[in-house]
Every structure is written in C-alpha cells, then in structure tokens.
Design a protein around this ligand. Structure first.
Ligand SMILES: [Zn+2]
Length: 174
C-alpha cells in the first residue's frame, strides 16, 4: 500500500497524515466556533473599530468562509470509515490534505482560547494606525504575536519592550 520511504499512509506523507488526523478531530469544534465567532463579531461588540476607512475586510466574511470550507471537506470525508481509509483513496486524500490545511490555518488565525484582541495604546509600526492585534500564546511555550493587516508584526521581545515604553510614557504624562 504505502511506498513512502519514511512510512506515510496511503497517498499522504507522514506529516500530512498526522495533521489530517488532528484536523479531523478538531474540525467540528473549530467550524462551529468560527460560525459563532462570525455572529459575535457582527453584533456590534464594543471591540469592533469604528473607523471604516482603513478597515481591511470584515472578520465576519473570513470566518464564515473558513467554516464553510472546513464543513465541505468534513462532509466529503464522511463517506470514509477512518483516516487511513480516506488517505488511501484518490478523492479522500485530496480532502484529507485540504482539511488539514484549512483547520491548521484557521486555528492559527482564530485561536479558540483567549481570543485575540485589538491593541489600543500602541500604533502599528508599519502603517501608524491603531490596528495592532495581540494574539496570546496557545500552549505552554508558544509565542506571543502582535500584528497588523498591513503586514507589520512584533515578536514577544518587541512587545514586552513596547509595553515598558508605554508604561513609562503614561507615568511621565501623569
Ligand atoms: Zn499596520
């Protein structure tokens, strides 16, 4: 069945298979989270920015599209009795790879725990707008990430430094 030198499963490389097994377990949970995230964002929470000029696309559309894409692959994979069966089928392996890709991307963009939030005290270092998003670590040892739709991003070290500077400025202003 498998002709992978490093022992893949069916048509999939080992890493693709592992990602697929993880994604298949997570997919239902993530898809319903994304659908509900869209609803939360559309209801006019205070966290939504008011300025309409520089808003890069609505989060609503992106989460719904991602959820729909995941649901579509899940639906197609329903006809396979398990991950190995799907990985060994020409059509199944396509959905297996795509599901793995969609779920891991969605999980990275919209983590379920500790939702990302907008940073209000610091302007973006790229476009100088108040558009930075803080993304908390998702597991022990994961990195903090702060980024903007313009492509600018900060790592944990830069973030900690920025917080310190902001604290000093606030004290000076008081
Ligand atoms: Zn920016």
């Amino acid at each position: 069945m498998s002709d992978h030198p490093d022992g893949g499963v069916g048509y999939l490389e080992m890493w693709e298979y592992n990602r697929f097994v993880w994604a298949w377990e997570q997919a239902g949970k993530i898809a319903s989270f994304l659908y509900s995230a869209g609803k939360i964002n559309s209801s006019g929470e205070t966290d939504i920015r008011v300025d309409s000029s520089s808003t890069p696309g609505t989060p609503l559309d992106a989460t719904w599209l991602a959820a729909d894409e995941i649901s579509g692959h899940l639906h197609a994979l329903n006809s396979f009795r398990d991950a190995e069966h799907a990985a060994s089928d020409k059509i199944g392996q396509y959905h297996a790879i795509e599901l793995g890709r969609c779920v891991s991307t969605a999980d990275r963009r919209w983590p379920m725990q500790d939702k990302p939030h907008h940073v209000r005290f610091l302007r973006c270092g790229g476009c100088l707008e108040l558009t930075l998003t803080y993304r908390p670590p998702r597991w022990d040892g994961d990195d903090v990430k702060v980024d903007c739709g313009c492509g600018y991003s900060m790592d944990d070290t830069q973030w900690q430094r920025a917080i310190k500077l902001a604290e000093i400025e606030l004290k000076d202003a008081a």
